[in-house]
Write a protein that binds this ligand. Structure first.
Ligand code: UTP
Length: 242
């Protein structure tokens, strides 16, 4: 008897590939045309979810950073600041889940295990942060390795990884392809992350994905055509870490 026995009423064993999307909070709410963008994003995700098992994490962006800054001024500990950040990421997850509608669970999963269970049920999963010490990129990476994803797409506010900060230096050049080792070395070079700190990708996440050899596609999240191509594994404008 084969490893997979299909009993009557059981879902098909011909599983869809899993794709994880880490949606940066900086993309999610920029203040310009957010509602319009989110409606189009939801339509895009519904389309992708027909072709792949989709898991989406939502970042906290500027809203999280504002509260973390306030909390820091008030003397909260780093763990408490992380928890404030997590709550904001979950707020964004709730918003996106409501927009996608059933069968996406309206309350974001609170842990990796819960998200894995939901994904195995066959629905698109939307969640924010889980525990202190990493960002939602880290959550996305944990889920990508746990669900053996074929790729993790990091939708961010810039169109990929650059040799310098493109927001500060117009001469910055995008790196279209980079190996995991070099990518990790660049992140480590930036030092240890603090609550609310913006990095191109989470260090823990990069470590996990490198070990599992899961490619990371970095793309401008506001450019929906490029985002869709990256999610579907087609050619896109951005950076491939592989
Ligand atoms: P984000 O995932 O938004 O981090 O979490 P970020 O690097 O600022 O990403 P962008 O700008 O949204 O793309 C915000 C903060 O929430 C806490 C951390 O303090 C993080 O900096 N957090 C988030 C956690 O502690 N654990 C999590 O699982 C997620």
């Amino acid at each position: 008897m084969g490893r997979w026995t299909v009993a009557r009423g059981m879902p098909s064993t011909k599983a869809l590939e899993t794709v994880v999307l880490s949606l940066g909070g900086s993309v999610f709410r920029t203040g310009t045309g957010d509602a319009e963008y989110l409606r189009k994003l939801a339509a895009l995700l519904r389309g992708v979810a027909v072709r792949a098992r989709l898991v989406v994490t939502t970042g906290g962006g500027r809203t999280a950073r504002d509260y973390i800054e306030l909390g820091r001024e008030l003397g909260l500990t780093d763990v408490e600041l992380d928890e404030v950040g997590i709550d904001v990421t979950r707020l964004h997850a709730r918003l996106l889940a409501a927009l996608l509608g059933p069968p996406v669970p309206p309350v974001p999963a609170g842990s990796i295990a819960e998200a894995v269970r939901e994904s195995h049920r066959g629905t698109t999963v939307v969640l924010g942060g889980t525990e202190p010490g990493h960002t939602t990129d880290g959550v996305a990476a944990l889920l990508a390795t746990r669900l053996r994803a074929v790729r993790l797409v990091n939708a961010t506010s810039v169109s990929g990884l650059f040799d310098r900060d493109p927001r500060k230096d117009p001469k910055a050049v995008r790196i279209d392809r980079i190996g995991w080792e070099e990518f990790r070395a660049r992140l480590v070079g930036l030092g240890r992350a603090r609550p609310g700190q913006e990095f191109v990708f989470d260090q823990l996440g990069a470590e996990l994905l490198a070990r599992a050899r899961i490619p990371i596609y970095i793309v401008d999240g506001r450019d929906l055509a490029e985002l869709e191509s990256a999610l579907l594994g087609r050619a896109f404008q951005g950076t491939r870490v592989e």
